[in-house]
Design a protein around this ligand. Structure first.
Ligand code: FES
Length: 178
């Protein structure tokens, strides 16, 4: 047997089989690719998924309520927006806003708690009336959505941009506050 033939017989266990070195290389490439995909997928999703971005999507204003329904007591309104994501175009998403009137202005707050994203309720905590209350960890916000110091949230509730047209309140993009 020549030297070359010996090398070949050493590298290959048999015809059609791969060497241990090749097996290890393929295995490491596979595991590395799997881990890279696992890390990249959420990053790409956050970069392109509009459902994780502004509420109205692309600045669209959506009719939410007749202004005659809005008083100075926060009231919850649901509304539907069209959203695209990387996979489905124009799907419906139902959003909620806490809305009230303040003088001749309107305030529309996102109900999403800034601690871990639970949904806040208005005036449901007898010990702390006239506040928004988060049922998850006891977070509280004053009527204008400012987080109460000493409770878990460390930022105010987001606002929706709004406009009034033909007797209706329209809501659009989220305005983040710090
Ligand atoms: S999610 Fe609201 S207090 Fe934790």
């Amino acid at each position: 047997m020549s030297e070359k033939e010996k090398d070949l017989s050493h590298d290959h266990a048999g015809k059609g089989e791969i060497s241990r070195r090749q097996f290890l290389t393929y295995t490491l490439m596979g595991v590395g690719g799997f881990l890279a995909a696992g890390m990249l997928t959420p990053m790409v999703r956050f970069a392109i998924d509009p459902a994780l971005k502004a509420a109205g999507g692309a600045g669209a204003m959506v009719a939410v309520a007749d202004i005659s329904e809005i008083t100075n007591e926060p009231k919850s309104f649901n509304f539907t927006v069209k959203q695209d994501d990387a996979w489905v175009k124009g799907q419906n998403a139902v959003l909620t806003a806490w809305v009230y009137k303040e003088g001749d202005k309107y305030v529309a707050l996102s109900p999403i708690c800034k601690h871990f994203g639970c949904v806040v309720n208005w005036n449901t905590d007898a010990a702390h009336p006239e506040q928004f209350h988060c049922p998850c960890h006891g977070g509280r916000y004053t009527k204008d959505g400012i987080n109460v110091p000493g409770t878990p949230p460390n930022a105010p509730l987001d606002l929706y941009e709004y406009e009034v047209k033909d007797g209706k309140l329209y809501l659009g993009n989220i305005i983040k506050r710090t």
